[in-house]
Design a protein around this ligand. Structure first.
Ligand SMILES: Nc1c(NC[C@H](O)[C@H](O)[C@H](O)CO)[nH]c(=O)[nH]c1=O
Ligand SMILES: CC(=O)[C@@H](O)COP(=O)(O)O
Length: 164
């Protein structure tokens, strides 16, 4: 398995720009809150650790991961934030509901990013079970929230360099 025994949040080999010049929105799904809260802490702490100003971070809860798309759209339609981090945790149940949510969120967030030409980061765990989610929200495989925050910083910096 690609992630076997691997910390996916190790950015020691990459150069991370300062987050100080940028403003961030974090949209967090309330479903599986014990996981999404851990993702949020990872994302927030990573932004601050890389120079983001607390006043430049706006946080909004939504009911579930399916609502991340409309949350990101509402934020970009009503604010001038530089990047939106979307955090959620979808865990497989008995039915195909999992598939529909995961596909809808992945496609939806991509469409919002293109609609506004702004970075919209997919920080959504899509796991078979709770343990896989725990392992990726501060466990042995790192924290998907950290990864999402670093990605947001890098993309905000890229967008800044390409601004006309
Ligand atoms: N089962 C999970 C959900 N389900 C709720 C949906 O995201 C959505 O809120 C509902 O369908 C109403 O539109 N959401 C998660 O984030 N994680 C799950 O495991
Ligand atoms: C991913 C989900 O929506 C899931 O938790 C719902 O569970 P089920 O498929 O058993 O209804």
């Amino acid at each position: 398995m690609a992630t076997q025994l691997k910390n996916l949040s190790d950015f020691s080999a990459t150069e991370i720009p300062s987050a100080a010049p940028y403003s961030f929105g974090i949209v967090v799904a309330e479903w599986n809150a014990e996981i999404t809260n851990a993702l949020y802490q990872g994302a927030y702490n990573s932004l601050i650790a890389n120079g983001a100003l607390p006043d430049n971070i706006q946080t909004y809860p939504v009911p579930g991961s399916f609502e991340l798309t409309s949350g990101a759209d509402l934020l970009l339609n009503n604010t001038g934030l530089d990047a939106i981090i979307c955090l959620g945790c979808v865990i497989q149940g008995e039915t195909r509901h999992f598939d529909f949510i995961c596909n809808a969120v992945a496609n939806g967030l991509s469409n919002v990013a293109i609609k506004y030409s702004k970075p919209v980061i997919f920080g959504v765990l899509t796991t078979d079970n709770q343990q896989q989610a725990i392992d990726r929200a501060g466990g042995k495989h790192g924290n998907k929230g950290d990864e999402a925050a670093i990605t947001a910083i890098k993309m905000a910096a890229l967008a800044k360099t390409l601004e006309r």
